[in-house]
Design a protein around this ligand. Structure first.
Ligand code: PLP
Length: 438
């Protein structure tokens, strides 16, 4: 293909997109989408061959990297055998996918309900908790995102909830966030304890017997990679147990390697009643999500009909991609790589940037799940204005790095397969661009 033909394809992609594609969470007129046409591992490129380091993992979902050959082969093979089946059939690959997920989850959660993505995973987990407890309310946090369907979007705490508030029975609380503590805390322990005390009071005031579930992201992701202080999640578990409330942990973004563990909850000594997952389970090669269900909740539906279902629940192509992805992650030490590179390379590299760039207010994270919180002033902690985050984005793209930005933050979220050299390349780009913001 000639250079002219390649750049014509890029131009055509933009033209078709602007003419006919309606995008998520956007004022359509203001969009200038980048063109992507191919990828491998941590890199992606357009038709013209302009290449980028993907330090966004797209929407923080491509944990295994782009175009992993074993996952692509498994999808292709399944497509040539039987491309689709109804959910009520027994399908070997679907069963194998469920078994692999269950084997990596905490004991006692041994059933999987497959969905099409993360939002409907949360939707169905909430429904299970409501039917199981016979209660209505769901407690979740202001700093959260749980997806764009009825109960999931109203459980969400950020601005996206407000224009979508059509579902009843949702209560929001503040979770721990020491850098901008709502509780005047000065240590992680204090922050965790006071956030628990606040949750306890809200539950008392709402009436504990009206609450079906507490729904939390194990590590709130889009809200800022807010790794909870030690003991917080175990304390929430205790509170939930005291009042017969179901604990749902949303691992849609944090799970399957992102936090350097199969599940982020593995580092927090907590076993929920329900776990929701999506994204990293198959890196989004085929849309899929699901709910891991405890024996107690599952038993509710032994005799009683579960009032929910989806045509594509446990779709064979999704199942095949899950099997191949989990096997490759296990065999190739991909989760171990995420844990090691986070602790030894990304964390220290970002801490070094923070020493040299006053615009960085805080660095936090684990595995391949990090945030740089950018401030206009370190003393007041005033967030860096949106225009400057936009400028950082443009400058990083110009240096061949796709960033993930959210509010006043740059999230450093490469695939779990990222190499030391790629991290060094990215750190140099961040360094360069942060100099423009200091
Ligand atoms: N839960 C969390 C924590 C998420 O980050 C997301 C998406 O970003 C969702 C749920 C929704 O997932 P989906 O977009 O697949 O519906």
């Amino acid at each position: 293909m000639t250079v002219q033909q390649s750049s014509d394809l890029d131009a055509r992609a933009v033209e078709l997109d602007r003419s006919h594609v309606f995008h998520s969470w956007s004022a359509q007129g203001a969009l200038h989408p980048m063109v992507l046409a191919g990828g491998s591992g941590t890199r992606v490129w357009d038709h013209s061959g302009r290449s980028y380091l993907d330090f966004s993992s797209q929407l923080v979902n491509v944990n295994i990297g782009h175009q992993h050959p074993k996952v692509v082969a498994a999808i292709t093979e399944q497509a040539t055998t039987l491309a689709t089946v109804a959910p009520a059939t027994a399908h070997l690959t679907r069963g194998e996918a469920a078994r692999r997920i269950v084997e990596r989850a905490p004991g006692g959660l041994d059933k999987v309900f497959f969905t099409n993505g993360g939002a409907d995973a949360n939707e169905n987990a909430i429904r299970m908790a409501r039917v199981h407890t016979g209660r209505d309310k769901v407690v979740s946090t202001y700093r959260s995102y749980h997806g764009n369907t009825g109960a999931a979007i109203v459980s969400t705490g950020d601005w996206r909830r407000v224009p979508n508030e059509y579902s009843r029975g949702h209560v929001h609380v503040f979770g721990p966030y020491l850098y901008r503590s709502e509780f005047w805390a000065t240590t992680p322990e204090e922050e965790g304890e006071r956030a628990l005390q606040h949750l306890r009071r809200v539950i008392e005031c709402e009436g504990p017997t009206s609450i079906a579930a507490i729904l939390l992201e194990t590590i709130p992701g889009t809200a800022g990679v807010l790794v909870p202080p030690p003991g917080y999640l175990a304390g929430v578990r205790e509170l939930a147990d005291t009042h017969g409330i179901m604990l749902i942990l949303d691992e849609v973004m944090a799970g399957f390697g992102r936090a350097g563990e199969w599940f982020a909850l593995d580092a927090h000594d907590v076993v929920p009643d329900l776990i929701t997952f999506a994204k990293g389970v198959n890196s989004g090669y085929v849309p899929v999500g699901g709910v891991l269900i405890s024996g107690e909740v599952a038993a509710t539906f032994d005799e009683r009909v579960f009032p929910g279902g989806l045509t594509y629940s446990g779709h064979p192509l999704a199942a095949a991609s899950i099997v191949a992805s989990i096997d490759a992650m296990s065999e190739e030490g991909i989760i171990d790589n995420a844990r090691r590179i986070g602790a030894d390379v990304i964390g220290p590299g970002l801490a070094d940037l923070a020493e040299r760039h006053p615009v960085i207010g805080e660095v936090r994270g684990t595995g391949v799940f990090w945030a740089l919180e950018l401030v206009a002033d370190r003393t007041t902690r005033a967030p860096l204005p949106a225009a400057l985050i936009g400028k950082a984005r443009t400058e990083l793209l110009a240096r061949g790095l796709i960033p993930f930005t959210s509010d006043n933050r740059i999230h450093v979220v490469p695939p779990c397969v990222v190499t030391d050299d790629e991290v060094a390349e990215a750190l140099a780009a961040y360094d360069d661009v942060l100099t423009l913001l200091d």
